[in-house]
Design a protein around this ligand. Structure first.
Ligand code: PLP
Length: 392
């Protein structure tokens, strides 16, 4: 640039030249924080030459996003993956890709509160109806699907009672009625279950939970077959809901430890559930790794690597007992999310399920005394000691 005499011209272009050729590469993928990419040749634009891969504009993806998409394909065993700004953004793109006005969807009644509201309140405004079913009742699902549903939405492990439906059987029903099965596997992560292996059309996650793992990265990811994911990627670009490169990069930093973290989350959740199940102040414990859980036997087959890091329990004294617990805990933090390396508590009645009608709350098992716990990776003895002093 020094051949330009003017200081303002040199300053405007300073540092923007192509990178110096190097025989080495960064071991950790870098963040490409550039809203646009520069071309040498007009004909290299992917609109003019679809065979050439290029990055053009941030909203359509950057090499940082490519790296995360590639990683998710490896973890899920999928052909392609698409990223979005949040789990909710990827859900929106999935729904808009699969359904139009006049269509109907089928969904498990026990879906995450935000998904439930989107399907039952937002989509009907656009002429898309959702029929709610109990996804653990295969006859009910079968009956609902056969009238031409555009998709079946289920979760690998549901919130907050940790139900585990027969995913392989649901996928077989999807195949029989030619309905794509869309699985929110956020609570399990691909370390515990990979829905595509059972025939699901899409496995999707809220990255803010286990994939990120450190309560720093936000995003959503859907993995599946090329054509469908390509259509979803295009929808995300149209809706404007791209993930930030920083969040994609933070997610990449979290992924290598996913199996180690999940093993610790599962081990600790089991120890905490065993402890709470014997505690006199605890009325009920919801954890698929307890033999008292209605889906224990089935979960043991489907989840050989662990029953997840999430559990819920009800306290005898309703909301006052929950308040007392939150005040007294020293190590465990009250924070309405999940999947962090530290153990956190949430209160579904006032967070994930806030505002739902009482009869709906009741049918979902969301009582005022219900506490949800996300087991961290600490020493389980310390977590249990904190619960012991707080519940005494
Ligand atoms: C958090 C969550 C979502 C929503 O994801 P966001 O990233 O918060 O938009 C969807 N499903 C489940 C199971 C979740 O826990």
């Amino acid at each position: 640039m020094s051949r330009f005499a003017s200081f303002s011209t040199r300053s405007a272009h300073a540092g923007r030249g192509p990178a110096r050729p190097s025989v080495s590469r960064p071991l950790t993928p870098p963040i490409y924080q550039s809203t646009v990419f520069a071309y040498e040749h007009l004909e290299d634009l992917d609109t003019l030459n679809p065979d050439k891969h290029s990055h053009s504009y941030y909203r359509y993806g950057t090499p940082t996003h490519d790296a995360l998409e590639g990683a998710m394909c490896e973890l899920e065993g999928g052909e392609d993956a698409a990223l979005a700004a949040s789990g909710t953004a990827i859900l929106t793109a999935i729904a808009f890709t699969l359904a139009s006005a006049g269509d109907y969807l089928v969904a498990d009644r026990h879906l995450y509160g935000g998904t439930y509201t989107f399907l039952t309140e937002e989509l009907p405004r656009l002429g898309i109806q959702t029929q709610l079913v109990d996804a653990c009742d295969l006859d009910e699902v079968s009956y609902a699907l056969r009238k031409g549903a555009k998709a079946l939405f289920v979760e690998a492990i549901t919130n907050p009672t940790m139900r585990i439906c027969d995913l392989p059987a649901l996928c077989m029903l999807g195949e029989r009625y030619d309905v794509p099965v869309i699985v929110d596997a956020t609570f399990a992560s691909p370390a515990l279950i990979r829905p595509l292996e059972y025939g699901a059309a899409i496995s999707w996650h809220s990255i803010a939970k286990y994939l990120g793992g450190h309560s720093a990265a936000v995003g959503g990811v859907a993995t599946g077959e090329h054509t469908l994911i390509g259509a979803i990627r295009q929808k995300i670009a149209q809706l404007g809901g791209c993930q930030s490169a920083m969040d994609a990069w933070l997610t990449l930093l979290g992924l290598p430890t996913l199996p180690l973290r999940m093993a610790a989350h599962c081990r600790n959740a089991q120890a905490i559930a065993d402890y709470l199940a014997r505690h006199p102040a605890v009325e009920a414990v919801y954890f698929p790794g307890l033999s008292m859980h209605p889906h224990y036997e089935f979960a043991s087959q489907l989840y050989p690597n662990g029953y997840g890091g999430m559990l819920s329990f009800t306290l005898n004294g309703e909301m006052e007992a929950v308040q007392r617990l939150v005040e007294r805990l020293k190590l465990i933090v009250f924070a309405p999310s999940l999947g962090d390396v530290t153990t956190t508590l949430a209160y579904p009645y006032a967070t994930s399920h806030y505002g739902l009608p009482d009869d709906v709350l009741c049918s979902l098992g969301v009582e005022r005394g219900l506490v949800r716990l996300s087991a961290g990776i600490e020493d389980s003895a310390d977590i249990i000691a904190d619960l012991e002093q707080a519940l005494s």
